[in-house]
Design a protein around this ligand. Structure first.
Ligand SMILES: *[C@@H]1O[C@H](CO)[C@@H](O)[C@H](O)[C@H]1NC(C)=O
Ligand SMILES: *[C@@H]1O[C@H](CO)[C@@H](O)[C@H](O)[C@H]1NC(C)=O
Ligand SMILES: *[C@@H]1O[C@H](CO)[C@@H](O)[C@H](O)[C@H]1NC(C)=O
Ligand SMILES: [Zn+2]
Length: 560
C-alpha cells in the first residue's frame, strides 16, 4: 500500500507536470525557453539575415537555370552512391561538419547539398518492402527493380537460382555498358570490396550477391562454371573486362586459398586461380598499358602518368574506416576519385564513373554513428573534388543512396548541441538519451529494474567504436524503408527533381548523356527540326488542290 505522504507527493508531481505541459505532445522545458543558448552569429537574430540568405540562393538558382539551358547534354557522368546514406544521416553529418569547424553546425551544407536539384527515390524492391544493396544497385545501375540479393537480373530470377539467371531475357545491361557501347570509358571506385553488391551491379549478373568467389557459388550447390562468380565476371566478362579503372578493396576474392596477399590476408578461391594475375595477362594480350597497385604510395606515383588500365585493391576485404585507417598504406576516397577522373578524362567522348562511399552502411549496422557520419563527410569531400575537376557544362554529377537506415535524430536539444552527444533532455526515469540512436541493432542494453542504463557513464562512451543505444536487440542494425535523396548538378540536372522509382536513375542519366536505350536529351533537341517538314504539309496541300483545279499537270507532277 502507498503511504499517505507518497500518495500526496505523487499527486503533487502529477499536478506540476500537468502545469508544465501546455501542449502534451510538445512539453515545454526550461532549457528551451530562455532564448538563444548557443554562440550564434548575432546576424541570425535579424530578418535581414534570412532574407539576404534567400535572395542569394534565388540569384544562384537563376544563374544555374541559364547555364543548364546552354549545356543540354552530358559527356561525362559520375554517380556517387552513399551506401545507407539516409536523409537523417545527411542532417547529422552536415551538423558534425559545422561543429568540427567550430560553428553550431546545423547551418552547414555538405558539398552536394549545394547542387541545384534535389529529388527523392522510392527504394523498395520487387519482393521487398525494404531494399538490400543488391536489388537497389540493380535499380540505380541497370534501370529495373529486382529481387533482394540479386544483381544485374530482372525480378524473374529468384535469389540463388543459377538456372533462371542463365536466361538471356533476364539479364540486364548497366549504364556502364551503355557508356562503353557509345565509345565512352567506364570505371568503378568504392571503399568496399570491388565485388561487393553496389559496384557489382555495374558489371555482374549474379543470382546471389554473395557469389563473390567460386567457393561461395559452390556453397549454394551451384556450378561456378555456369554461374560465374562476381570477381571472375569483373576480370573476364563484358563490361567489367573493359573498365579502365577498378579501385577499392577485396583482394581475397581474386586469389586462391593457398595464397596470402601483400598484407597477410588469405585468398578465398578454391579453383586455384589468381585473377589479379589473369587481369594483367589480359591487358598484355591487348597490348595495353596497365598497372596493378595495392597501396597508397603506388597509387600516388601513378597519378602523374596513369596507364590505360588500373586495378587497385588496397585491402583483403573492405577498406578501413577513414577514422581508423593507416594513411601510409590506404588512399582516401577523394584520392581514388581523383585518379579515376584523371584517367577516364582522356577519352574525348566521355565516361561513366561509379563512386561508392560504401562503409556508411557498415557503421550504421554496428550502431556507430560517429563512423557513419565521418564516412559521409569523406564522400562529401570526394564529391567536392569531382566537382572541382569536372565542368558543370559537360559533366553530370548525381549523388544518392541505395536505402535508408534506422538511425534517428531526436529530442529537443538547443541549437549547436554536440550532435554525437546526449540530448539535453532525460527520459522519464531521469536517464540521459542520445541525440542519435537507433530503433534496432547490437547496441541494445538490458534494462535494470525497468530503467534504461545511463550510457554516458560507460568507459568507452564517445569512443569511435562506441555503440549508441537501441530499442530492439539485433545482431546487425537493419536498413530503413523510407525514401532517399538524389542531388544533381550539370547537364539536365532539373530532370532529377521530384519523387520517383529508384530504377529511373540510370534512364535519367542516360537521357542526359545520350547513351543507352530510350529517350535522349540530344534527340529531344533535334525534334524541333523534325517539326519543320510537318509545317509545310498545309502549304503543299494548298498547292496540290490549286494544281488539280487549274489542271496544271506539270506542277502537280513536281509536287508529287
Ligand atoms: C600487339 O603488338 C604486337 C607487336 O607489336 C602485334 O604483333 C600484335 O598484333 C598486337 N596485338 C594486338 C591485340 O593489338
Ligand atoms: C607499397 O608497395 C610497394 C610495391 O610493392 C612497396 O615497395 C612499398 O613498400 C609499399 N608501401 C607501403 C607503405 O606498404
Ligand atoms: C532494484 O530495485 C530494488 C527495489 O527498489 C532495489 O532494492 C535494488 O537495489 C534495485 N536494483 C538496482 C540494480 O538498481
Ligand atoms: Zn547494409
Amino acid at each position: 500500500m502507498l503511504s499517505q505522504t507518497t500518495f500526496l507527493s505523487l499527486l503533487l508531481s502529477f499536478a506540476t507536470s500537468r502545469l508544465a505541459c501546455a501542449d502534451r505532445y510538445h512539453p515545454e522545458s526550461a532549457t528551451r525557453s530562455g532564448g538563444v543558448t548557443f554562440n550564434s552569429k548575432p546576424a541570425e537574430l535579424t530578418a535581414q539575415y534570412w532574407s539576404d540568405e534567400a535572395q542569394a540562393a534565388i540569384r544562384a538558382r537563376k544563374a544555374r537555370l541559364r547555364d543548364a539551358a546552354a549545356a543540354p547534354t552530358a559527356r561525362n557522368v559520375v554517380m556517387f552512391l552513399g551506401d545507407g546514406m539516409s536523409v537523417t544521416t545527411l542532417a547529422a553529418a552536415r551538423t558534425l561538419l559545422g561543429q568540427r569547424q567550430g560553428r553550431p553546425g546545423e547551418e552547414s551544407l555538405l558539398a552536394f547539398e549545394t547542387f541545384p536539384t534535389v529529388g527523392l527515390t522510392k527504394t523498395y524492391c520487387v519482393d521487398a518492402q525494404i531494399a538490400d544493396s543488391a536489388c537497389s544497385a540493380t535499380a540505380y545501375l541497370c534501370g529495373a527493380k529486382a529481387n533482394r540479393g540479386t544483381l544485374g537480373l530482372t525480378a524473374a530470377v529468384p535469389r540463388r537460382d543459377c538456372a533462371a539467371a542463365a536466361d538471356p531475357a533476364a539479364q540486364l545491361d548497366s549504364i556502364a555498358a551503355w557508356a562503353l557501347a557509345d565509345g565512352r570509358d567506364a570505371g568503378i571506385v568504392t571503399t568496399t570490396r570491388v565485388t561487393h553488391a553496389s559496384p557489382a551491379a555495374a558489371y555482374a549478373r549474379a543470382a546471389n550477391r554473395n557469389w563473390e568467389n567460386d567457393a561461395s557459388v559452390r556453397s549454394n550447390n551451384q556450378d561456378p562454371n555456369i554461374c560465374l562468380d562476381i570477381a571472375q565476371q569483373l576480370v573476364h566478362s563484358y563490361p567489367g573486362n573493359q573498365f579502365k579503372v577498378i579501385l577499392g578493396g577485396g583482394r581475397r576474392e581474386f586469389i586462391p586459398t593457398s595464397t596470402i596477399d601483400e598484407e597477410g590476408t588469405p585468398g578465398r578461391r578454391t579453383d586455384g586461380r589468381n585473377l589479379i594475375e589473369e587481369w594483367q595477362i589480359d591487358k598484355i594480350a591487348r597490348n595495353a598499358t596497365y598497372q596493378y597497385v595495392w597501396n597508397r604510395s603506388q597509387l600516388t606515383s601513378l597519378a602523374q602518368n596513369t596507364p590505360e588500365y588500373i586495378l587497385g585493391l588496397f585491402e583483403g576485404s573492405h577498406l578501413q574506416y577513414n577514422l581508423q585507417s593507416d594513411s601510409a598504406s590506404e588512399p582516401t576516397l577523394t584520392e581514388l576519385t581523383e585518379v579515376a577522373i584523371r584517367s577516364l578524362s582522356r577519352n574525348n567522348k566521355g565516361f561513366f564513373l561509379f563512386v561508392e562511399g560504401g562503409r556508411i552502411d557498415h557503421a550504421h549496422h554496428a550502431n556507430r554513428p560517429q563512423l557513419a557520419l565521418d564516412e559521409t563527410l569523406e564522400m562529401s569531400a570526394a564529391v567536392a573534388r569531382a566537382a572541382e575537376l569536372l565542368s558543370e557544362d559537360d559533366s553530370l554529377i548525381v549523388v544518392t543512396a541505395d536505402h535508408a537506415h534506422v538511425m534517428t535524430l531526436n529530442g529537443y536539444s538547443p541549437r549547436g548541441t554536440d550532435i554525437l552527444g546526449p540530448s539535453n533532455d532525460r527520459d522519464e526515469a531521469g536517464v540521459p538519451y542520445m541525440t542519435l540512436s537507433y530503433t534496432n541493432g547490437p547496441g541494445f542494453r538490458s534494462h535494470l529494474n525497468d530503467t534504461r542504463p545511463d550510457v554516458t557513464t560507460e568507459s568507452n562512451f564517445r569512443a569511435i567504436n562506441w555503440r549508441s543505444h537501441v530499442d530492439v536487440p539485433l545482431e546487425s542494425e537493419t536498413h530503413g524503408g523510407e525514401d532517399v535523396a538524389v542531388f544533381a548538378r550539370g547537364p539536365q540536372h532539373a530532370m532529377f527533381a521530384g519523387l520517383y522509382e529508384q530504377s529511373q536513375l540510370p534512364h535519367l542519366m542516360a537521357y542526359a548523356a545520350c547513351i543507352g536505350p530510350g529517350l535522349h536529351a540530344c534527340s529531344a533537341a533535334t525534334r524541333h527540326f523534325t517539326i519543320l517538314p510537318l509545317l509545310l504539309i498545309p502549304f503543299l496541300l494548298y498547292k496540290l488542290l490549286r494544281c488539280i483545279r487549274c489542271d496544271d499537270s506539270r506542277s502537280l507532277f513536281i509536287f508529287l
